[in-house]
Structures are given as C-alpha cells and as structure tokens.
Design a protein around this ligand. Structure first.
Ligand code: SF4
Length: 324
C-alpha cells in the first residue's frame, strides 16, 4: 500500500508558467511514489465566483494542461469535486463539531474577507471545513502544501481528533508534506505570476504569443540603454532563464553585467528556451484537445474511483455518529 496524497486546485483555466513550475511538475513527480488523488475544487471556487459561465471551460482547459504535462489518469485519480457529492454531506457533518472560533482565527479567512468585504459568505468561513472533508473523505495521509497552507492542515487534524475522540477512530490524521513551491515572479517584475495580475505566460501559448508576452517583461530598471551594465539578480527575465536555460545562466549573467547582451536578445533567447522546453507538452495538448470526449471520460472514471472511496468513508462516519 502506497501513501495516499490528496491535492485540490481551483479551476483557473489555462495554466501559466508559475503553475507549471510550482504545482503541476510536483503533481507529476509525486505520481511515481504515491497513490495520488487530484481534485479540481469547483465548489471552493464558488466562494468568490459570481459569474460561473466559464466554469466548465476552465475545468476542461486546466485538465488539458494537467494531462499534457504528464498527469496520468491510470496512475492518479483525477476528478471534479462536485462530481462526488459525498463531500458536501461530510462537510455538513464536520460543521456540526467544528467550533466557529477555530474558523475565525484562520489567517486566510481574515485575508480573504478583506479582499471581498461585500461578499463574506458562509463558504468563506467554512472553507477549511470543506477542505478537511476533501482530505479525510479520501483517507489521504500526505497533503503537499506550501507554508501558507499549514494552518488549514492543522485545523483538519484538530477536526479529525475531535471527531475520533467523540465517535471513535474513523479518520486518519493527515500530515502536511511541506513542499517548496518556487516563487515565480510575473512579467511585471513585482507580483507573483498570476492570471488576475495579467503578468503571466500561458504554457499552452503559441511560440509567437510566448515571445510577444516575454517582450513586455520588465527587466533591470537601471539598464535604460543598450550599453548600460546590467544587474541580472534584479531581473525576472534572468530568473526565468534559471529554470529554462540552466546550463547558460552563468554565461547570461556575465554577458548582462558586461553589456555584451541586450535585453531584447536576452528575451528572445528566453522565448526560444521556453518554446523548446514546452514543445512536446504543446504537441500532446493539441492531440488531447482534438478528442473532446477524452477529458469527459477521464473525469467520469476519476469520479467513479473517487466516489467508491468516498461512499465507504462516509458510511463508516455516519455509522459511528449513530446516523445509520
Ligand atoms: S540582459 Fe537579460 S538578464 Fe540582463 S537585464 Fe536584460 S533581460 Fe535582464
């Protein structure tokens, strides 16, 4: 029996290089060592989403990126959260034993409440309970998270301890599998790469679109003219070269510092490297996109496999709670 890993990601549509270097590559690597359950958390997305007209497209685009990047439905369970309704039932049951004070002290609740002061809905407060339900429903033991997610995992463990203490051993106490997600800075050179900040490069972009996006990247502000000496350590084009041109970074840094290379040339080289690295991915993605029924089939199969685990867990929980 391999350790089961669970991870959920909001349906954010086409993925960008930040997602790819952070979550997706890690998801792919984990498949060889763990029994992985990867979920598109569409219900979580509703907490801040009022217009759902693009939701299905976003799920499909994200799945295409995941599959083309190497997530394998034969190795991992890939499914959509709402396709396994047992999670909503478990969420309600867990809500009956989770003190409100535990939820109000979660740091991300306070941060998110500030971001959407007009829409502090129940889902925002209850988000960690739904997350706990996601994890324990599938009997996941290891949860790959960054440090910012640690309070959620600790809360899940507290909920599990309270449930098991009250109704007998039912759920596994999951542990955080602390993962260092590289912080990929966006093309604006300021914020983390993200769709809403409009500072990202989609991994499924064409080579021409990739070049066009990179040409907009902010570089070393001190390098105003071609002959100005550069400071690669403050330049996010250079930061991306570290991922995509690992054997050339020292050379690029030296050429930048001595003004032997200009920013336009440096950006063209980066686009070339990114396009070369992503060419096989883009080819696979185009082939998958040409089979519209394939994604639906993967998700249906994933939901069936996830639901088989979920039904059993929920039944055990309800029995122990005296509901059956
Ligand atoms: S030459 Fe390259 S590393 Fe140097 S500032 Fe320009 S884009 Fe950045």
């Amino acid at each position: 029996m391999r350790t089961r890993v669970f991870s959920g990601a909001r349906p954010s549509g086409r993925q960008h290089i930040g997602n790819y270097l952070g979550a997706i590559q890690n998801y792919v690597a984990l498949q060889d060592e763990y029994d992985c359950v990867y979920c598109v958390v569409d219900i979580h997305a509703l907490i801040s989403m009022e217009d759902t007209s693009h939701l299905q497209d976003n799920i499909r685009e994200m799945l295409l990126d995941w599959l083309a990047a190497g997530l394998d439905p034969k190795k991992s369970i890939l499914f959509v959260q709402s396709h396994v309704p047992e999670v909503m039932e478990l969420h309600t049951l867990l809500g009956m034993l989770t003190p409100l004070s535990w939820l109000l002290r979660v740091p991300t609740f306070k941060e998110k409440a500030k971001l959407q002061p007009e829409n502090i809905n129940y889902g925002l407060v209850g988000y960690p309970v739904l997350m706990a339900a996601d994890i324990i429903l599938y009997k996941a033991e290891a949860i790959p998270v960054g440090e910012d997610q640690l309070p959620h995992i600790e809360l899940t463990r507290e909920i599990v301890r309270r449930f098991n203490g009250r109704f007998g051993d039912t759920f596994l106490e999951p542990r955080a599998k602390l993962t260092e997600f590289p912080l990929v800075v966006g093309l604006d050179g300021k914020d983390k790469m993200g769709k809403s900040a409009d500072n990202s490069i989609e991994i499924a972009a064409t080579p021409e679109e990739t070049l066009e996006r990179i040409m907009t990247a902010v570089t070393d502000p001190a390098r105003r003219y071609r002959n100005d000496l550069g400071h690669p350590e403050v330049c996010n084009v250079y930061a991306l070269h570290k991922y995509f041109s690992p054997s050339q970074v020292d050379d690029i840094a030296e050429q930048c510092r001595t003004a032997k290379i200009g920013c336009v040339e440096c950006k063209e080289l980066l686009a070339e490297r990114i396009n070369a690295a992503l060419a096989p991915f883009r080819e696979r993605r185009a082939a998958l996109a040409a089979q519209p029924k394939y994604i639906a089939g993967v998700l249906a199969d994933g939901a069936d496999r996830a639901r088989a685990i979920a039904r059993e867990t929920l039944c055990e929980a309800k029995k122990n709670m005296g509901l059956l």
